[in-house]
Write a protein that binds this ligand. Structure first.
Ligand SMILES: *Cc1c(COP(=O)(O)O)cnc(C)c1O
Length: 384
């Protein structure tokens, strides 16, 4: 299998098919007969993430991620916390990019320091500022397309710097999905994803993914085993089903986002549009180099007017729901200052580029014409 969509449709399917079943069944069983002597982490048990249902997902996902191994988890945060906890110990320094997902930010700034892990920041977009990592630096952590202003780092440069200083590298590639970016091929040691978003793509489950080489994934799995962040069997079935159309969905979401970004760039009520496929975006060259110029389904815009005007836009779309999340078949619209970044201090919000009037649109797979119409009427109607 060479093509992404073929891998997504057929990869991982049992051969021969189980009782001829074209769609693999749900293995709704917590425990499995033991037929050999094994240790605690070897017996087939749902919390050990080694049931036949888990194996199917791991095979499909490692194929599409082009990694030796993959591990599904109960949520994106379970993937992120297990990947970090498995690789950090007391006295270590975590070098974290200075713009991260809110849940990750809370974990590294509130929980890790209590375990004796120090957090240092770096600006992923400013290689000139990197210099020498602080003493004790062990893990470098960054994101593929930052939320909500869609910055894309020079990943090869970042890896080169990390390797020079012996850092273990982890990237949250949720916004890119494996369709747009293959972190392993760029040189990252581990990639983590919230499969709640694009990988599942239908907004109906929580799930996560860690992918990398066998040794690194086994280390995370042992940690996940006692933390208890395994993926449930039924959610696993839905994820398996969602994955089958990932390539088609991401392609359409990218087309929609680019079309909408181009339209909004010329809209009189819009001051600025952040989308990396646009030539005007500061990281357009990185988007071209690492993601074939495809910027994903998310874009953000600053509109004329204050927070209330922006809030009115989000509340007056006809079919776009005013809700967080992304990567689903339906388009969602949200004001980051009132949602994903509501609990963040004004200084940090400014560092993230989250202004009061910023609006994020996470494109689904509807028709572009209808997305344009919906946002257009919301922008017109919201003008006080
Ligand atoms: C949503 C998200 C997460 C957290 O994933 P959950 O599945 O909600 O736990 C982590 N990182 C990014 C970039 C996300 O968008």
């Amino acid at each position: 299998m060479k093509g992404d969509q073929t891998k997504l449709v057929h990869g991982g399917d049992p051969n021969p098919r189980i009782l001829g079943s074209v769609v693999p069944p749900i293995f709704q069983s917590a425990t499995y007969e033991q037929n050999e002597e094994g240790g605690y982490h070897d017996g087939k048990y749902i919390r050990m993430s080694n049931t036949p249902g888990h194996d199917l997902l791991h095979d499909k996902l490692s194929l599409i991620c082009e990694t030796e191994s993959a591990l599904v988890t109960s949520s994106g945060m379970a993937a992120i916390t297990s990947a970090l906890l498995a690789n950090l110990e007391q006295g270590d320094v975590l070098l974290a990019e200075n713009r991260l997902y809110g849940g990750t930010e809370a974990f590294i700034s509130e929980d890790l320091p209590r375990r004796g892990v120090r957090i240092e920041r770096f600006d992923g977009m400013d290689p000139a500022s990197w210099g020498t990592p602080p003493e004790g630096a062990k893990v470098l952590y960054c994101e593929a397309i930052t939320n909500p202003i869609c910055r894309v780092a020079d990943f090869s440069k970042l890896i080169e710097w990390a390797r020079k200083h012996g850092l273990f590298t982890i990237i949250d590639a949720t916004f890119a999905t494996p369709i747009l970016l293959r972190p392993a091929s760029v040189g990252f040691d581990l990639e983590v994803h919230s499969a709640t978003k694009g990988l599942n793509g239908h907004g109906d489950i929580a799930a996560g993914l860690v992918a990398g080489n066998r040794k690194n994934i086994e280390k995370v799995r042992l940690c996940l085993n006692y933390l208890g962040g395994h993926l449930d069997a039924h959610a696993g079935f839905l994820l398996y089903r969602g994955l089958r159309t990932l390539g088609l969905r991401v392609e359409r979401q990218c087309e929609n986002a680019l079309g909408l970004a181009r339209y909004l760039s010329t809209h009189p009520r819009v001051k600025a549009v952040n989308y990396p496929s646009l030539e005007s975006h500061p990281d357009h060259a990185h988007c071209l180099e690492y993601m074939d110029g495809r910027g994903g389904g998310g874009l953000s815009m600053e509109i004329e007017g204050d927070a209330e005007t922006a809030q009115r836009v989000c509340a007056s779309t006809r079919f776009m729901a005013n809700a967080p999340s992304l990567g689903g078949v339906e388009t969602l619209i949200v004001r980051p200052a009132a949602s994903s970044h509501a609990s963040v201090s004004p200084e940090v919000r400014e560092r993230y580029g989250v202004t009061e009037g910023l609006i994020r649109v996470a494109c689904g797979v509807e028709d572009l014409e209808d997305l344009v119409d919906d946002i257009d009427q919301a922008l017109e109607g919201s003008h006080a």
